[in-house]
Write a protein that binds this ligand. Structure first.
Ligand SMILES: NC(=O)c1ccc[n+]([C@@H]2O[C@H](COP(=O)([O-])OP(=O)(O)OC[C@H]3O[C@@H](n4cnc5c(N)ncnc54)[C@H](OP(=O)(O)O)[C@@H]3O)[C@@H](O)[C@H]2O)c1
Length: 246
C-alpha cells in the first residue's frame, strides 16, 4: 500500500510499536491519529509532535470503542487505515484456579477489541478508494510460550481472524494485513517482569519497524518479521525449544 497521504488510526500508540508506527507514518506524510489510556503519554507525544492527533480511549471498553469510531469518522472523514496494535501480555498459571478478571481483560484487549473495531470501521473504510486494516499479531501466534497461554491464544486467534476478515473483505477496497512481530524491546509484559527495570530483550524497535514498513509497502499481506518467520514456518515443532526454561 502507498504509505503516504493516508489518514491512519493506530490503537495503543503511547509506547512501543504503536508509537514507532505513528512517528514513521507522520514522517512519511500521513495524518496520524493515536489512542491509548495514558493521557499524560498522549499529551507528551502531542507536545513533541503537534501534528499528531491524540484520543484517550480504553479499547477494552465496548462503549469507548463505539465512541472512538463515531468520533473518528465524524472528525476525520478521510480516515482510510486502521492499525489494530494495542495489546497486553500477562502470565497465567493454569495449574490452579485462575482469576478470570485479568483473563477476560486480556482477551477483550487483544482479541475482541480488534475484531469489534474492524467490524465498526469496515463500512466507512469500504467507501475509500484505498483502505487497509493492519492487525498486529505475534510470532507467538504460531508457537506459544506456555507461561503466557492466554496471550499466545489471543494472538493465534488474531491470525485466524485476519484470514477470515481478508476473505470477507476480498471484494472491497480494504486490504487486510497481518504483521507478526518477533520479540521486540518494548514495555510489553512489564507487569509480569520480576525486575521492572529489566528489558524483555528482543530486537530494537527500529529494526522491527524497517522490515514491517517494507512489508506494508510491498503489500505483503501476511508478514512475519525477523525470527517470527521461523515460528510461522516450523510452528509447533519448536514448542519444546521455546519452553525449555519452564
Ligand atoms: N514487543 C514485542 O516483543 C511484541 C511481539 C509480538 C507482538 N507484539 C504486539 O505488538 C503490539 C504492541 O505491543 P508493544 O510491544 O509495543 O507493547 P507496549 O510498549 O506495552 O505498547 C502497548 C500499547 O498498547 C496500549 N494499550 C494496552 N491496553 C490498552 C487498552 N485497553 N486501550 C488502549 N490502549 C491500550 C498501551 O497504551 P496505554 O497503556 O496508554 O493504554 C500501549 O500504547 C501488541 O499487540 C503486542 O502484542 C509485541
Amino acid at each position: 500500500m502507498l504509505t503516504t497521504g493516508n489518514t491512519i488510526l493506530i490503537t495503543g500508540a503511547t509506547s512501543g510499536l504503536g508509537r514507532a508506527f505513528a512517528l514513521q507514518f507522520l514522517a512519511e506524510g500521513n495524518t496520524v491519529i493515536i489512542c491509548g489510556r495514558r493521557s499524560e503519554r498522549l499529551a507528551a507525544l502531542k507536545a513533541k509532535h503537534p501534528a499528531l492527533v491524540t484520543k484517550e480511549c480504553d479499547i477494552a471498553s465496548t462503549e469507548q470503542r463505539e465512541e472512538l469510531c463515531a468520533w473518528a469518522v465524524q472528525n476525520y472523514p478521510d480516515l482510510n487505515v486502521l492499525i489494530n496494535n494495542a495489546g497486553i501480555q500477562l502470565a497465567t498459571d493454569l495449574t490452579k484456579p485462575v482469576d478470570l478478571a485479568p483473563v477476560r481483560n486480556e482477551v477483550e484487549t487483544n482479541f475482541i477489541a480488534p475484531l469489534h473495531l474492524a467490524s465498526l470501521f469496515a463500512g466507512h473504510l469500504k467507501t475509500k478508494k484505498d483502505a487497509a486494516i493492519i492487525n498486529i499479531s505475534s510470532g507467538l501466534a504460531f508457537v506459544p510460550i506456555a507461561f503466557m497461554p492466554v496471550y499466545c491464544a489471543t494472538k493465534a486467534a488474531i491470525h485466524s481472524l485476519t484470514l477470515s476478515l481478508r476473505h470477507q473483505l476480498r471484494n472491497t477496497s480494504i486490504k487486510v494485513f497481518e504483521i507478526a512481530p518477533p520479540s521486540v524491546d518494548t514495555e510489553l509484559g512489564y507487569h509480569h517482569r520480576e525486575d521492572k527495570t529489566q528489558s524483555h530483550g528482543g530486537i530494537p524497535i527500529h529494526e522491527f519497524l524497517a522490515e514491517a514498513m517494507e512489508a506494508i509497502k510491498a503489500d505483503l499481506y501476511e508478514a512475519p518479521i525477523g525470527q517470527a518467520k521461523g515460528l510461522r514456518a516450523k510452528g509447533e515443532d519448536l514448542f519444546g525449544v521455546m519452553n525449555q526454561r519452564g
